[in-house]
Design a protein around this ligand. Structure first.
Ligand SMILES: *Cc1c(COP(=O)(O)O)cnc(C)c1O
Length: 381
């Protein structure tokens, strides 16, 4: 039993996680099959309500994936072609792609080289008369400085859509001590339930949330063919649904989310202790305003040795990933349709020096000890 643990080290251990909740998950799946309500079955509402209570947000609209969530959020803002939307240049392509798809202009600003997130100061450098929205990405599991970003947005009358695909469960603390879950601070928040995300289902899934009643109603319509009621269409929308099966699985996993975040946090702290003393490495820098749910544990490898270290780790059966190797402003797809603010030096440097180590909810200290020892061996040679 549990032989998989002796197998090779993985970036994410979905099998180990599943085995611990197998009975609950299997029952939820069987229940859904017994009901045969595969589309918009009762489990979808159940999950919607559960997530809304967990996040403490008024409206949750489940959808097919995190990319759709971003697109639908933008569609609900009634923007005009040519309107500008500010995004970080150091993020996953989905954030920016949907902006371009809607005929809007992605305006790429640099990120803070320590937290990897955009800041209000950097966003401000990209604001013009055409700017309509900002999409902060809570990269790798901790919040961008939302209080400052919301203040800036209010000043320039901009919408804020939080791309919370990597940070679900993370908590942001305002200067007055008030707290809020990431994804519920901006006008709209979006997330993804891709299997390897912190709240992952067993296929594709996503959700959009908002505290604004008007936006909530419009988002709901946009995700369902722009439909006000059956066969009455007010907007050009899309068909984007969360499968009932996935909703059933997600309700089970949602109950464990805080414990999953704690497990990831503990693994990160253990890595920190083992790696902090190494000269050539910068361990993750935490934003004091946010908890960190460590979707990724990402090191900065100095002295141009990142690729060399990655190879060395792989030669010792330790996987390591580069999120992300190319800044979005250097992607061919975005060449003639995006605006780039400044030189984006930090993003470029990050792409050359970031390295993410295995981290997940089933991390064992013995495995981490091994990974740390391999890294120490690399630096000793
Ligand atoms: C995963 C991810 C998405 C897209 O989610 P999908 O469910 O794969 O469409 C969007 N933004 C960020 C930052 C992500 O990490």
């Amino acid at each position: 039993m549990q032989d998989y643990k002796m197998e090779k080290i993985q970036m994410v251990d979905l099998k180990g996680q599943y085995l611990k909740i197998k009975d609950e998950v299997d029952a939820a799946i069987q229940h859904c099959i017994d009901n045969t309500a595969f589309i918009n079955g009762p489990q979808v509402d159940e999950f919607r309500n559960g997530l809304s209570a967990y996040l403490n947000v008024k409206h949750v609209i489940p959808c097919a994936n995190g990319t759709d969530a971003l697109q639908i959020a933008l569609m609900a803002l009634s923007l005009q072609p040519g309107d500008e939307v500010i995004v970080p240049s150091f993020t996953y392509v989905a954030t920016t792609e949907v902006i371009a798809l809607l005929g809007l202009v992605p305006v790429m600003v640099d990120v803070d080289p320590n937290t990897f997130n955009i800041t209000a100061e950097l966003v401000e450098t990209g604001i013009t008369a055409k700017t309509k929205a900002i999409v902060p990405v809570h990269l790798f599991g901790q919040s961008a400085n939302m209080e400052e970003i919301m203040e800036l947005a209010a000043k320039f009358n901009l919408y804020v859509i939080e791309d919370n695909a990597q940070a679900i469960g993370s908590t942001y603390t305002f200067k007055d001590g008030r707290t809020a879950k990431t994804g519920t601070i901006g006008h709209i928040g979006t997330t993804s339930f891709f299997p390897s995300k912190n709240l992952g289902c067993y296929g594709d899934g996503g959700a959009i949330c908002t505290n604004d009643d008007e936006l909530g109603a419009k988002i709901k319509m946009m995700a369902n063919h722009g439909q006000v009621k059956k066969y009455v269409h007010k907007y050009i929308g899309v068909n984007s649904r969360l499968d009932t099966l996935q909703a059933g699985i997600l309700s089970v996993k949602l109950k464990h989310l805080d414990q999953y975040s704690d497990a990831r946090g503990a693994a990160a702290t253990y890595y920190d202790k083992g790696l902090a003393q190494i000269q050539g490495i910068q361990i993750p820098v935490r934003n004091p305003q946010s908890t960190h749910v460590f979707h990724q544990y990402t090191l900065l490898i100095k002295d141009g040795r990142r690729d060399e270290l990655k190879k060395f780790l792989e030669s010792k059966e330790v996987p390591a990933m580069i999120y992300y190797p190319i800044p979005l402003n250097h992607q061919e797809a975005f060449k003639n349709i995006s605006k780039v603010i400044g030189n984006l030096d930090a993003s470029t440097t990050l792409c050359q020096s970031v390295l993410s180590l295995p981290i997940h909810t089933e991390m064992q200290e013995s495995v981490q000890d091994y990974i740390i020892s391999v890294i120490k061996e690399f630096y000793a040679s």
